[in-house]
Design a protein around this ligand. Structure first.
Ligand SMILES: *Cc1c(COP(=O)(O)O)cnc(C)c1O
Length: 246
């Protein structure tokens, strides 16, 4: 099990390197984030001990369950799932440094209130729904710029860029379109010179499509399956609008 995970990480790093080379990018520009949903702490630890430093959960419940076991190993923790406002306190408590799935103003405002109260700040990426699939979260592309402007007013939230989940499709052209759209929105936002934000990070690309994402400018790729193996729940369990399973 240990060897498998370490070997898988090496394979992913190689894929990242190759994709960077092919698009003339510096591999140092692309961070590997481990998507650890459903993965037990013992297995996550193997990856951290092998030198990985960036992990992310989709559900507050899992963040909470794994927190104590992982605390001893230095790492950075992001949040990449749909966050309900009643779970904000826990996200702060379990030391998430960046919410990559910020997709609505009411969530941003409630985060801001709590951050102010605790005298903390948090990094944020604005999640954009670039695939047009109703089952996925994220602000509509047409609303992304406005949301960035609004969140920029909330001083405890430090915007660092954008995040998206590409379309699941064997048609690479359609997948590429999602990533290209995110890049395009990023460029529009940069041109607006909005005060108090950074727009460097593009979190896009997963096990199946990271090469396309890197070619289109990803700075963070989020990989789960290709490192930890197949999950026993379908991804709709994590992404669907229905929240009965939280
Ligand atoms: C699960 C997940 C990933 C990783 O997906 P894999 O296909 O397992 O690599 C990336 N991003 C988000 C938001 C996820 O929920």
């Amino acid at each position: 099990m240990e060897e498998q995970i370490i070997n898988n990480i090496a394979v992913i790093k190689e894929r990242i390197h190759k994709a960077c080379n092919e698009s003339g990018r510096d591999p140092g520009e692309v961070k590997l984030l481990l998507a650890t949903k459903t993965v037990l702490p013992e297995r996550i630890k193997i990856a951290l001990q092998a030198g990985q430093t960036l992990i992310a959960e989709n559900k507050v419940q899992e963040l909470k369950e794994k927190y104590a076991a992982l605390k001893e190993i230095p790492h950075t923790s992001h949040f990449i799932g749909h966050l309900q406002t009643n779970k904000i306190k826990d996200v702060l408590k379990y030391e998430v440094s960046c919410i990559q799935s910020l997709d609505r103003l009411d969530l941003a405002e409630k985060l801001h209130q709590r951050l102010q109260f605790e005298n903390k700040t948090m990094e944020a990426l604005i999640q954009v729904n670039t695939s047009g699939e109703e089952s996925k979260f994220g602000v509509h592309p047409d609303g992304a710029i406005e949301l960035v402007k609004q969140v920029a007013q909330l001083k405890t939230l430090k915007i660092k860029g954008l995040m998206t989940i590409g379309l699941f499709s064997a048609e690479t052209g359609k997948v590429r379109k999602c990533f290209r759209l995110l890049k395009n929105i990023q460029q529009q936002i940069i041109a607006l010179n909005i005060p108090d934000i950074e727009m460097r990070e593009l979190s896009m690309g997963m096990s199946g499509d990271l090469e396309i994402a890197i070619a289109e400018g990803a700075t963070i790729v989020r990989v789960g399956t290709a490192i930890f193996g197949q999950r026993m729940y379908p991804d709709s369990y994590y992404w669907n609008e229905t929240e009965q399973m939280n």
